[in-house]
Design a protein around this ligand. Structure first.
Ligand code: ATP
Length: 662
């Protein structure tokens, strides 16, 4: 462990926040000039150091090219010794980065751009590197990954799903092998022994959920002692019997950091056990029947954020309806609780949007990633209510064995850093909760992404017709089209329309996730229409051929604004990557969830009036959507603060009053 400590000696050399560049993606100039302009805007001392760092790394390039593979490995070991003395200083990083860049050129056929060197350096300084979508974060991260792993630290590369973990590990494996580093991947269906083996590698690619659950499993297995990473590390040394699954929390490099650290951080991760359900299953069916009989606005009120309350009239109606029932129905507290849960199950959680039914089970769909979370359940009887609503067999209620929030878990790493294309809006929260500052990295080439005018339709049905028409029109010009939908249901609705009109297309959603790699590979074919949920959002790399580039590149259609503008930008980021051509447009409907939940009545009325005057593409639409997305972000931020408060209470209840931050 002392190696890791030594490695981090240099961490106190922190940079101040560089000035943010405005709209980096529309600056048109050769990349050297733009990089120079970016450097000029840094504080003078920082600019000098950064230029010196780039100069030193580039100057070594010719030299390292003369060496064979063995010499590259030896060179990295020598650079590592320097790091053990002075931490991740620029002096130590320059030779390490030059060697890794050369190794990458040989093993992967890709040479890191200068801006990628800056991203790698920012990561090792414990920062969040903001690189525009498609700028090559996967490759940029290898600089930090190889440097940290060579110095003896356990490096966890955290991705948002198994598909990306496996893809990135396999893509970079030739580079790791050339440098003599071992790399493992932890996937959902692996057993404990296999997981331990993969965590024992120098580098481990793993999704945020798998990693956190493995940590919780260690906490349960090791009991009280494991609650501090100190003990975890001692145990990893084998002094206390069986080894934990993880070998310690040394360095975490989080890809799509805003998704992991912010979007997914509103609920804690919980490991629970199923209790023998002492509730009569009839209670669930009775509650659902009662809830369906209640009248909206009279017996219950639905809030703007899917919250539901029973009114006095509603409570009385239930009392009358359950007069003949026995047991818990005689308690007003239980009675109201059951029916309120049932109302949520009926009205707030929709099939094919919030969950799907697969193998006769209710399986939650994570909206931000579009993926099924098979092991997750809703808490406090809600899951059982939904099962009853759908006629599935009710699973037992669950009791919490261990829980952790991302805020607490990631705060335990010795060095935490991350990358994303969309950090801007959440920078203050990331700083407050994780002590991570954002460094914005300029693009290598100017962006050629073209944003067409946004349009809004009067009804959802009208929107689907318009989307189908546009997709067909663009595809007919030989360009591939990616249509992004918010739910499984929406993707299937559009697909039905396309089938009816005999238009060839591919669907990628939580129900068809087996063919993900194939669907992504095909999405770049000329004239191919791909209808996808957010599964094709973050991280998906659609590589274009020369024919498609000439036709104008990939066209992306957004069919509904998300509550987070970052998710929209991630979808847009599937096209026009690495300086390719590409275009984006939004075709939405006034019935969409963002407008229903967050817009005022007056706002919706005004927008309808504009649509009626045939001004479907009024420019206030973009402004309005951005304003509502700001409101939605604030709402979810409050939810996350509440999660952190509850987590602190849970820790206090366990009698643990230790620090949760590094
Ligand atoms: N230095 C480089 N030289 C050549 N190609 C590169 C280089 N860096 C990245 N690429 C290519 O650019 C494409 C985009 O890379 P990648 O998917 O890592 O981008 P990203 O920034 O992670 O995107 P997203 O934000 O969507 O996750 C890939 O096809 C990758 O091979």
């Amino acid at each position: 462990m002392s190696d890791v400590r030594a490695l981090l000696v240099g961490r106190h050399v922190e940079l101040g926040d560089g000035p943010y560049l405005e709209r980096l993606d529309v600056v048109h100039a050769p990349w050297e000039e733009r990089l120079r302009a970016w450097l000029d805007r840094l504080p003078r001392w920082e600019s000098r150091r950064t230029r010196a760092f780039l100069r030193a790394t580039n100057a070594l390039e010719e030299n390292v090219r003369q060496h064979d593979d063995d010499a590259l490995r030896t060179g990295l070991a020598v650079a590592t010794r320097q790091m053990h003395r002075e931490g991740f200083s620029d002096r130590a990083l320059a030779p390490a980065f030059a060697l890794i860049r050369e190794a990458s050129r040989r093993a992967l056929g890709m040479r890191h751009h200068d801006v990628q060197l800056l991203a790698g350096r920012a990561l090792l300084r414990g920062r969040l590197a903001e690189m525009a979508t498609g700028e090559g974060k996967t490759l940029a991260a290898t600089l930090a990954i190889c440097t940290a792993a060579a110095s003896g630290a356990a490096v966890h590369v955290v991705t948002v799903n198994d598909y990306l973990a496996e893809r990135d590990a396999e893509q970079n494996r030739p580079l790791f092998t050339l440098l003599g580093l071992s790399a493992g991947v932890v996937l959902q269906d692996m057993d404990v022994a296999k997981r331990r083996e993969n965590y024992a590698c120098d580098i481990t690619y793993v999704s945020n959920k798998e990693l956190t659950f493995d940590y919780l499993k260690d906490c349960i297995a090791l009991g009280e002692a494991s609650r501090t990473q100190q003990h975890l590390r001692e145990l990893a040394g084998g002094r206390h019997g069986e080894l934990p699954i993880l070998r310690g929390l040394h360095i975490a490099i989080i890809d799509e950091a805003d998704s992991v650290l912010i979007d997914e951080a509103s609920t804690p991760l919980i490991i629970s056990e199923t209790l023998p359900d002492d509730l009569d299953p009839a209670i669930y069916t009775q509650s659902i029947a009662l809830a369906k009989a209640l009248r909206a606005g009279i017996d219950y009120v639905v809030g703007a954020h899917r919250d539901i309350w029973l009114t006095l009239a509603g409570k009385q109606a239930i009392r009358h309806a359950t007069a003949g029932y026995g047991g818990l129905w005689q308690s007003p507290l239980w009675r109201d609780e059951f029916v309120q849960k049932a109302l949520s199950a009926v009205h707030s959680f929709q099939r094919d949007q919030h969950y799907i039914i697969a193998e006769d089970k209710v399986q939650i769909v994570d909206e931000s990633t579009g993926r099924v979370m098979p092991d997750r359940t809703w808490e406090r009887g809600l899951h059982q209510m939904i099962e009853s609503k759908e006629g599935c067999e009710a699973t037992g209620q669950r009791r919490t064995l261990a829980q952790v929030t991302y805020q607490r878990f990631f705060g335990r790493y010795l060095l935490l850093c991350g990358m994303t294309g969309t950090a801007q809006e959440v920078a203050p929260e990331v700083k407050r909760c994780y002590d991570l500052s954002v460094t914005r990295i300029p693009t290598h080439k100017p962006s050629r992404r073209q944003r067409l005018v946004d349009r809004i339709c009067r009804t959802s049905g009208e929107r689907w017709h318009e989307v189908a028409r546009r997709a067909t029109e663009v595809a007919a010009a030989g360009r591939p089209v990616l249509v992004g939908t918010r739910s499984v249901e929406a993707s299937e609705q559009l697909s039905e329309l396309l089938v009816r009109d005999a238009i060839a297309h591919t669907v990628l959603n939580a129900r068809q996730d087996k063919s993900e790699a194939e669907a992504v590979a095909q999405a770049s074919q000329p004239g191919r229409i791909t209808v996808a949920t957010n599964m094709a959002g973050r991280g998906t790399d659609i590589k274009l051929g020369p024919e498609v580039e000439q036709a104008g590149g990939l066209h992306v259609i957004l069919t509904e604004f998300h509550e987070s503008a970052r998710t929209d930008r991630q979808l847009f980021g599937r096209c026009a990557r690495q300086g390719d051509p590409g275009s984006i447009e939004s075709i939405v409907s006034i019935d969409d969830e963002l407008f229903r939940r967050f817009a005022s009545g007056a706002g919706r009325w005004l927008m309808r009036a504009l649509i009626q005057r045939n001004r479907q593409s009024h420019r206030s639409l973009r402004w309005w959507a951005a304003y509502l997305q700001g409101r939605a972000e604030r709402h979810y931020r409050k939810q996350r603060t509440e999660t952190m408060r509850r987590d602190a209470e849970w820790m206090r209840a366990l009698g643990f009053v230790g620090k949760t931050r590094k």
